[in-house]
Design a protein around this ligand. Structure first.
Ligand code: PMP
Length: 363
């Protein structure tokens, strides 16, 4: 036996690790093995066999003993080509847009800084502010989930936020905010406004073409919802003056070598991803219609690849679906505005049929 010297490991952890970190619980991702996964806004379609064969051949020849290209130039070029970036705009890549959300929060982390977001919205805006030890202020959306321009402008005046988050469309509500309300927020905000367009492929609306019009806007995107969630590739687009600062906080080699090999191959077939997104939009309309026909439901208008629905008893619905092997997101208790709400990702036609069949007891 080793003699015990000095403080225990628990005492050392308590004395060393930030108190707020020790008090936080880790972000839990639901186990989904063997389940129909309609909880995480993934594209349910895989890639065609021929394309997967091409990817396989490229991966075989990728040297794993070497670091990736630190600048990820081929991936940069592939994104710039596929997404038609506006003239003069620059681009920075992240290991998922999650990483860029973290970096953007660190970018403004000066003493006394505030980060603002409409709420309910993507949970990582608050979590990343907490990690960066920046004060976070949430401004409630209206009851119909519209951006409350009056409340936002008052909060901007009061808080003078260094960073304001707007998800367009919003998660978990699925709606697009009014463009004039967004413009008013941009005009009033003293700091950076990040328009997070993770769900843009399903909305067909975007601030990206206009990003260079504004001195204080960066548009955030991801390939995750388009069908490449496993690659972990997000990007931010904006004036080179903003992007250059973000680039300084990007860890070297944050885009791994396999992502750098695969992303350009898939992005050359961008039309395929777009047609999958179109199929999802079609299924979204069918699913929303069928859910709306169930007594007692309110289906909120969505421009994303998921449907937010308020049901008579969210826990009963969740349990019923889980029993049928279907995982959705239960947002009851997440925010006062999402009481008795479930967020259902649009799946394949047969997955959506399985979901609707499992809801028969409520119909
Ligand atoms: N922004 C929003 C609004 C999201 O909903 C998500 C994923 N749920 C992300 C960003 C992060 O996506 P990723 O890290 O996969 O790019």
């Amino acid at each position: 036996m080793t003699a015990r010297m000095g403080p225990t490991v628990d005492e050392r952890v308590a004395a060393t690790v930030r108190a707020d970190v020790r008090a936080t619980r880790p972000y839990v991702v639901a186990h989904a093995d063997g389940l129909i996964k309609l909880d995480a806004m993934e594209n349910p379609y895989t890639l065609p066999a021929e394309l997967r064969t091409r990817i396989g051949a490229a991966v075989i020849d990728t040297p794993l003993n070497r670091y990736p290209d630190g600048g990820a130039e081929a991936t940069h070029a592939a994104i710039a080509d596929a997404m038609r970036l506006p003239e003069g705009a620059a681009l920075v890549l992240g290991n998922g847009s999650d990483e860029l959300i973290q970096i953007l929060s660190l970018l403004v982390a000066t003493p006394g800084a505030t980060i603002l977001s409409a709420e309910p919205s993507f949970v990582m805006y608050r979590r990343s502010a907490d990690v960066a030890q920046v004060r976070y202020v949430g401004v409630p959306l209206g009851v119909d989930f519209s951006l409350d321009a009056g409340a936002m402008l008052a909060a901007i005046e009061r808080e003078r936020p260094a960073l304001t988050w707007l998800a367009y469309p919003n998660n978990p509500t699925g709606n697009l905010y009014d463009e004039a309300a967004i413009e008013a927020v941009i005009a009033a905000a003293p700091g950076l406004v990040v328009i997070d367009e993770a769900y843009q492929p399903f909305a067909e609306r975007s601030f990206l073409p206009r990003v260079m019009e504004f001195p204080n806007v960066v548009v955030l995107r991801t390939l995750s919802k388009l069908g490449l969630a496993g690659l972990r590739l997000g990007y931010a687009v904006g004036n080179p003056a903003w992007i250059a600062e973000i680039e300084k906080l990007r860890p070297p080699y944050n885009i791994n070598v396999l992502t750098q090999v695969v992303a350009p191959i898939v992005l050359r077939e961008f039309g395929l991803l777009e047609s999958q997104a179109a199929a999802i939009r079609g299924e979204r309309a069918r699913l929303a219609g069928a859910l709306a026909a169930i007594p007692g439901t309110t289906v909120f208008h969505t421009a994303a690849n998921f449907v937010l629905v308020r049901v008579p008893n969210a826990n009963a619905w969740f349990t019923q679906l889980r029993g049928a092997g279907i995982l959705v997101k239960n947002l009851d208790g997440y925010h006062p505005l999402t009481t008795h709400c479930l967020r259902i990702t649009v799946g394949t036609p047969s997955e959506n049929n399985a979901l609707l069949a499992a809801l028969a007891p409520f119909a």
